[in-house]
Design a protein around this ligand. Structure first.
Ligand code: GAR
Length: 213
């Protein structure tokens, strides 16, 4: 069983998806602890499931590294093997990234490398892209950068609001985050020259948007 440490800042729906996936006895990972940098609503999902959940309040630390050292300590205390950022809205320093190199993953609501940062759905709509989606990737020091493990695409529809697109993407986030963790736990994820190769993965069919036939 791969032990996960999940870092959150908000509602925690991706955390909830990981907790749910781990309810299956055959799922190869378990959430060992949850850390939030603020009093996040999502902590409730952990508490309900009896998972240790703490706030490491960023504001009470003098700088980023001392905050991250406290987070790191919490992870180690619970024997965490893979750190999962799930709506964690802090940029981590190279120090933390180095501590957890190739054992630190993030979910981002766009098809990276497009639309890093905030307001991804608004910017995707404004750019007129026909697909958006979400990405799970290993974390490197740059913003929303690092080897891509898995992505899901959804169509962007002409009448989409930011909220409508976000909701469509979120459904896929809840599928691909547990899927990425499962692949890592099964030892099928290999990084070669900063690209991810998944052992035994099959090729999906192509998707075309708009449909014209
Ligand atoms: C998710 O959409 C996640 O992809 C995004 O924040 C949301 C958190 O939702 N993360 C980022 O934008 C990180 N750059 P959740 O708290 O319900 O999981």
């Amino acid at each position: 069983m791969l032990k996960l440490g999940v870092l959150i800042s908000g509602r925690g729906s991706n955390l909830e998806a990981l907790i749910k996936a781990a309810e299956d006895k055959d799922y190869p990972a378990r959430v060992a602890c949850v850390v939030a940098d603020i009093d996040a609503a999502g902590l409730e999902h952990a508490r309900k499931a009896g998972i240790p959940a703490v706030i490491v309040p960023r504001r009470e630390f003098k700088d980023r590294q001392s905050f991250e050292m406290a987070v790191d300590k919490e992870m180690r205390k619970h024997g965490v093997e893979l750190v999962c950022l799930a709506g964690f809205m802090r940029i981590l320093t190279p120090w933390f990234v180095e501590q957890w190199l190739d054992r630190l993953i993030n979910i981002h609501p766009s098809l990276l490398p497009s639309f890093t940062g905030l307001d991804t759905h608004k910017r995707a709509i404004e750019a007129g892209v026909k697909f958006s989606g979400c990405t799970v990737h290993f974390v490197r020091a740059g913003l929303d950068s690092g080897p891509i493990i898995i992505q899901a695409a959804v169509p962007v529809l002409p009448e989409d609001s930011e909220e409508a697109l976000a909701a469509r993407v979120l459904i896929e986030e809840h599928k691909i985050y547990p899927a990425a963790v499962k692949l890592i736990a099964e030892g099928r994820v290999n990084i070669h020259e900063e690209r991810v190769f998944i052992a035994g993965a099959s090729a999906p069919e192509s998707i075309i948007n708009p449909a014209y036939f």
